[in-house]
Design a protein around this ligand. Structure first.
Ligand SMILES: [Zn+2]
Ligand SMILES: [Zn+2]
Length: 326
């Protein structure tokens, strides 16, 4: 004889035949309980979205959410699985909000990781966002002047510290064509080296007039002809941050943004939330929902204000494409 089946939630015995209809083998609940639990999770989702609306789940809000589930003898894990899509969108939004000033502090990076744990988002799903947060943190640390060191594959002078070595393809502009020159870009405490099979060249920091990040690489505007132009690199953001910072250090420029500068660039929190809602968490140009950034429609440098009317959501790609046009 088969063992009796009981509902895991209400404890009622379930008949072997007719009443097994609607019994959920995965959750071990009877059909009446399943209906009830779905209604509870739907209410939980509404409360979760309401708590997220201002961009921050406070400990009080969190206590209320967890209480809703505990009170019904349900597992928080199952409730959080029910709102996983919303939780992922909230994680993405938290990162976008933190990065609105162009920097991710160590605290902000930690907060994003903590949020993933709190919301029980599995690593495999959160990895693109967490990975991006760590990458932005590494880049921010460079802009703060904390430069990592690495072992170069070529011989350098003893007083030269290597900070970056990356594959790079120089786009050599000839009269009738652009010829790619494959090589490696090495950034040291003293200068930049471009090493290619037929030799390459050295770029002194004082000859670098402008460093621009592009979608596929960095553009170096030099006061000399040799080496001036575009280098295609795998990580344009990291490479640009490194070269810009080394140039600033070489010119003995302050690395930290002044309070005044930071204040004028600061987008008020209510504006960030309103813009996110208006643009529905999507890039206004291509509708992408990841790699989102706040963009000033009229750039800050041209007097654009930090208002809802002048701020929009753009994905990284569309934002870079736009800034390369200005
Ligand atoms: Zn039941
Ligand atoms: Zn886009």
């Amino acid at each position: 004889m088969a063992a009796k089946v009981t509902c895991q939630h209400c404890g009622k015995e379930i008949g072997l035949f007719g009443s097994l209809v609607g019994f959920n083998r995965q959750t071990g609940r009877c059909s009446a309980c399943e209906t009830q639990v779905r209604a509870i999770f739907t209410r939980f989702r509404q409360a979760f979205l309401a708590a997220c609306a201002d961009g921050l789940i406070t400990p009080d809000e969190w206590g209320h959410l967890a209480g809703m589930i505990a009170q019904e003898n349900l597992q928080l894990d199952e409730a959080l699985a029910f709102v996983r899509g919303d939780a992922l969108a909230f994680l993405e939004r938290s990162l976008t909000i933190a990065y609105a000033d162009g920097m991710i502090t160590a605290d902000e990076a930690r907060d994003i990781q903590r949020l993933q744990k709190t919301l029980h988002i599995p690593d495999a799903m959160a990895d693109p966002i967490i990975g991006r947060a760590s990458h932005l943190r590494r880049v921010s640390a460079i802009r703060e002047g904390k430069l990592p060191t690495t072992q170069p594959s070529v011989h350098l002078d003893t007083d030269e510290i290597c900070h970056l070595e990356t594959t790079a393809t120089y786009r050599k502009v000839m009269a009738k064509a652009v010829v790619p020159v494959a090589g490696r870009l090495i950034a040291t405490s003293k200068q930049l080296h471009f090493v290619s099979p037929d030799g390459g060249w050295v770029i002194k920091f004082k000859s670098i007039m402008r460093v621009e990040q592009e979608v596929t690489g960095v553009y170096l505007e030099l006061s000399t002809k040799r080496g001036n132009g575009k280098y295609v690199v795998p990580d344009p953001l990291f490479t640009e941050a490194m070269i810009t910072t080394l140039v600033r250090i070489d010119r003995r420029q302050v690395l930290t943004v002044s309070d005044e500068e930071a204040a004028s660039r600061h987008i008020p929190h209510p504006v960030k939330i309103a813009v996110w809602q208006r643009d529905q968490g999507k890039c206004v140009q291509c509708s992408a929902t990841s790699y989102l950034e706040y963009d000033h429609i009229i750039p800050h440098s041209k007097g654009g204000a930090n208002t809802v009317g002048n701020v929009q959501l753009l994905c990284r790609k569309c934002n870079l494409a736009k800034s390369n046009l200005i």
